[in-house]
Design a protein around this ligand. Structure first.
Ligand code: PMP
Length: 975
């Protein structure tokens, strides 16, 4: 112990936990501190911890018997550091020393392993982060923030007890590895750990001398961080166990924090980036610290697995250590999943720090005899027309597109560098597929010589060769290469190999010191990989192209679009393409679209696109001209409506349709009063908004409706005033209200209601509700409107219109959304009589309502709905989906109910199945997690606690299963 006053792990060699039983703990508490408590062992790797509880259940604190190897000064330092953090960061809960009557509960006690310090420390409620399963980006950010603030609080902390050498101290990890590696029993694993630790250490060495040092907790790990959980959202806000307090590289606090969570379900290296960003915001990282960060994560993981293996052999009964070992291996696997150079470059990019200077200038002339103008660039990105009509899903799409380009005269075909390739996308994948190209693919029409663009060494690979130069290594891989065997030195202009006609090779250009780079990488890691490579296109005489269009779109949106015109998600992906029930972002990630009732047929439906395209080439004008499509569409809609609804108005949206429907009824009756139901949305125009009562869309809706709007109690049979068998009372109360209005001299002109309660989350109205209410309104001379904007048009499966479910016929139907498959199109369908009475208001004109283009789209939608049997599909797949969701509800108490019919379903999430407390925050968080796993789903209802499920009607069973399985995973793993 020459250099260290405290523990020197490398001198001691091992630290088995002190042998103290719960009976010993209770005795210590009584004899030393006068506490009459029961003790519960909490487990620890190198100390002994017991939760002390009084007979009435009051928790006194945690009795911690430190390892006898630690000195008094070391323990004092830990308590002083805890106090320091508690003082400087009052928002952080800290496991400080408990005092009774001003006296600290600390004493030296005898253990079978010698005298040890025993203290009672503050117990932090809420459980530790280690038990929380999946951790969301915001939880991760809180963890980074916590580590950063702890580090900041201790920056000037000093104490003699810091003079110690722990096995955890990253400064000593190279020696610790040498010391412990023998404990890894499996030789293969031993070699991997040793190798990973050694190469990570090599990356640390150049900056080691410049890494800032300070006093630090050095174990802000998931097991030592306690959480506050409010509304299902986990926030780390407490720190315990200062046993590893030391003076070391400050970055270590972040290293330990992020390494500790890598084994959590659903997490991967990129998941910890929010923690890094949050730490950096509190306690900025230097460039050297960034260089050391991920290598130290690998080193930390290596030390953890070795220590666990050692601890398990030391003490076969230490279950805590045994359990920890599996997690530590998972941590090691995750830490080494992506090369450290990639992680470092990725972290630099995310922190906005410049990377090391890199060579760029490249010579052209790789292909002998080919000039750039003869080479066709194959665009496989999101906005390429080649990707239309779902071609990205076809097997070998790239091959056939390249072959077609060669056949039509190109001498060579080349893909784009750094482009997310749609052809590499996969529908329904919970992890983003590797889509971003790190090189280019090349096809040639005729046999072509590849020549060396610079002098260097040629080395054969299994599937090609590499040319190693001064700055870059050019890797050429592919099946049809000839003449490259062996290792040799080569001059500029020498032959490298020959490509045969039609053959495909992959060209990749990486920095000489970079690891081998896969041809495609996942978008989350792309900035990291792309920092290690260069665009090979200049070798072919082509200019470099790096798409940066994504960079600030949301920022631009925030500046140019009114913020009240909101978007889905706080951090939405950029969605630029759709196909059937899939949406694609610009990184070529496919999402299952469970929310898009607008795209009823599916996205980018060919017949709709063709119809619109043909019409736009021919004529598009306002609807006062006489042309066929408008008439045909009106005839088709009238034919779909029950008698006597035979007259159609064409408009552009649901709001307009609802607005016009209301105007028609006001005009026809000459009255002013309107009935609406609670929890409903009908649009944003003055009139449709006046009858909208949903507090989710407008929190003040109920208190600000005009006096002529009379709101019926929301007939929600799941959670409204009347539930289940009592739900018939809604109709009874509504009829009374209508009678009272009439008796009071204000009989309603109309009632507007969704015929199936869409905005409440797909809840069917109580049986007989509309029949009773319609009759009452009509009895007093009023008319009734069915708002079918959301639920109509076949979505309910069993019925084309929602009102059919209630066995009623309205006087006016308002319809939109599905009508145009996303193209703005709406309609009002009513009787000739009601329509004619609008004359009192002048005449009706909507410039583009029913324009030629809109009308042909409307017709194409109706044709496809019929020809593709989509209503029947909604019934079949919807029933399958509903059954599976009901089965899920049996296993997950959070699901309070599954509402709906066909492909209009709602999964209502509640915190308690008796009180029905809405799980609003959980619903939002679940939607965010579902997005990460490749599913677009959103909350609805006044309480925003219902997952609204209204996908394109082409949804198939496989997609329905993917949705349910993914939801199951989220509900099981956490969100
Ligand atoms: N009615 C209902 C029932 C709706 O759900 C909506 C839109 N959510 C509208 C009307 C208004 O339709 P749009 O957004 O097309 O104006």
């Amino acid at each position: 112990m020459a250099d260290y006053e405290g523990i020197d792990f490398l001198a001691v060699g091992s630290l088995p936990a002190p042998r103290v039983t719960t009976a010993d703990a209770e005795r210590i508490a009584r004899d030393e501190f006068g506490l009459h408590v029961s003790a519960l062992s909490l487990g620890s790797q190198q100390d002994a911890n017991f939760l002390l509880t009084e007979t009435d259940g009051t928790v006194v604190g945690v009795l911690r018997i430190a390892n006898p190897a630690f000195t008094h000064a070391e323990i004092d330092a830990q308590d002083a550091a805890a106090e320091r953090i508690a003082e400087r960061e009052p928002d952080i809960r800290v496991a400080t020393l408990v005092h009774r009557d001003g006296v600290p509960l600390a004493a030296t006690v005898e253990t079978p392993d010698g005298p040890a310090r025993a203290r009672v420390l503050r117990f932090l409620e809420g459980g530790t982060l280690s038990t929380k399963g999946y951790l969301s980006p915001s939880t991760m950010a809180s963890l980074g923030d916590l580590a950063g603030r702890s580090s900041r609080a201790l920056v000037d902390f000093d104490h003699p007890g810091l003079n110690r050498r722990l096995q955890w101290d990253l400064q000593h990890s190279n020696e610790v590895v040498a010391h412990l590696i023998g404990h890894v029993s499996d030789p293969g694993r031993r070699e991997r750990v040793a190798e990973a630790a050694a190469s990570a250490w090599l990356a640390v060495l150049p900056v080691a001398g410049r890494l800032p040092r300070q006093a630090m907790h050095h174990d802000v790990a998931d097991t030592n961080v306690t959480c506050r959980t409010a509304n299902g959202i986990v926030t780390p806000d407490g720190i315990l166990d200062f046993g590893d307090l030391t003076h070391s590289w400050a970055v270590g606090d972040l290293v330990v924090a992020i390494a500790s969570v890598l084994h959590h379900p659903g997490l991967e290296p990129a998941s910890v980036l929010p923690a890094v960003l949050a730490f950096h915001a509190v306690r900025p990282l230097s460039s050297d610290e960034v260089a050391a960060l991920w290598p130290l994560v690998v080193v930390r993981a290596a030390v953890c697995v070795m220590s666990s293996e050692q601890q398990v052999t030391l003490d076969v009964n230490n279950h805590y250590a045994l359990e920890a070992m599996a997690e530590e291996w998972a941590m090691f696997e995750a830490a080494t999943e992506v090369p450290t150079a990639v992680m470092t470059a990725l972290i630099r990019e995310r922190l906005g720090l410049a990377g090391p200077a890199r060579a760029e200038a490249l010579e052209e002339g790789l292909l002998r005899g080919l000039v750039a103008s003869e080479i066709e660039v194959l665009d496989l990105g999101w906005d390429s027309e080649l990707m239309d009509r779902g071609s990205w899903l076809e097997p070998h799409a790239e091959e056939s597109l390249a072959a077609a380009a060669l056949a039509s005269g190109a001498a060579a075909v080349v893909t784009r560098f750094a482009q997310p390739l749609l052809t590499a996308s996969r529908a329904m994948a919970t992890a983003s597929p590797a889509t971003v190209s790190t090189g280019v693919d090349l096809w040639v029409g005729e046999p072509t010589h590849l020549v060396a663009p610079w002098p260097g060494d040629v080395v054969s690979l299994d599937d090609g060769f590499e040319l190693r130069g001064v700055d870059f290594t050019l890797a050429v891989t592919g099946a049809s290469l000839a003449g490259h065997a062996g290792t040799r030195q080569i001059n500029r202009g020498d032959d490298l190999a020959t490509m045969s006609a039609g053959a495909r090779v992959h060209l990749s250009l990486r920095m000489v010191d970079a690891p081998r780079v896969p041809a495609l990488v996942r978008p989350e890691y792309a900035p990291g990989w792309l920092a290690l490579v260069a665009d090979p296109s200049p070798l072919l005489g082509l200019s470099t192209s790096h798409d940066t269009r994504n960079d600030d779109l949301l920022h631009r949106r925030d500046h140019s679009v009114a913020s009240v015109q909101e978007h889905y998600y706080d951090s939405p992906p950029r969605i630029e393409r759709g196909w059937r029930h899939h949406l694609l972002d610009t990184e070529a990630r496919a999402y299952l679209d469970m929310v898009n009732n607008v795209a009823v047929l599916g996205h980018a439906h060919p017949s709709v696109a063709d119809a619109a395209g043909r019409q736009l080439n021919r004529l598009n004008t306002n609807s006062r001209f006489n042309y066929g499509a408008l008439v045909e569409l009106a005839e088709r809609l009238a034919a779909l409506a029950p008698d006597p609804l035979d007259t159609v108005f064409l408009v552009n949206s649901g709001s307009e349709a609802a607005d016009l429907a209301l105007r028609l009824t006001l005009a026809a009756t000459g009255r002013h009063d309107v009935l609406a139901v609670g929890e409903a949305y009908h649009g944003w125009t003055y009139l449709s908004d006046a009858v909208s009562t949903s507090t989710a869309d407008n929190p003040d809706a109920l208190s600000t409706r005009p006096e002529w709007v009379h709101v019926l109690d929301s007939p929600n049979s799941y959670r409204g005033t009347y539930r289940g068998a009592e739900s018939w009372r809604y109709a009874h109360d509504a009829v009374q209200m209508i009678d009272a209005l009439a008796a009071g001299g204000t009989p309603p002109a109309t009632l507007i209601a969704e015929a199936f309660y869409g905005n409440a989350g797909g809840v069917a109205l109580p049986d007989g509700y509309l029949s009773a209410v319609y009759s009452a309104v009509r009895r007093h001379g009023g008319l009734v409107i069915a708002d079918e904007v959301q639920v109509g048009y076949g979505r309910l499966g069993r019925w084309f219109w929602g009102f059919e479910q209630q066995g009623v016929v309205p006087d006016v139907i308002a319809v939109a959304k599905a009508m145009g498959n996303g193209h703005p199109l709406g309609a009002v369908i009513t009787s000739r009589d009601v329509a004619e009475r609008y004359r009192t208001q002048g005449y009706f004109f909507s410039s583009t309502g029913g324009s030629p283009a809109s009308s042909v789209v409307g017709l194409a939608v109706l044709d496809a709905l019929r020809d593709e049997g989509l209503q029947a599909n909604a019934a079949g797949v919807g029933e399958h989906l509903r059954r599976r969701l009901l089965a899920l509800a049996e296993r997950h108490p959070l699901i309070g109910a599954v509402h709906g019919e066909g492909l209009y379903l709602g999964v209502e999430l509640v915190r308690d199945r008796v009180t029905l407390e809405p799980a609003t925050e959980e619903t939002y968080a679940i939607c965010d997690r579902m997005l990460e796993l490749g599913v677009v789903v959103q909350p609805t209802s006044d309480r925003m606690c219902v997952l609204k499920i209204k996908p394109p009607l082409c949804l198939d069973e496989a997609a329905a299963d993917f949705f349910v399985d993914t939801l199951d995973r989220v509900l099981s793993e956490g969100w």
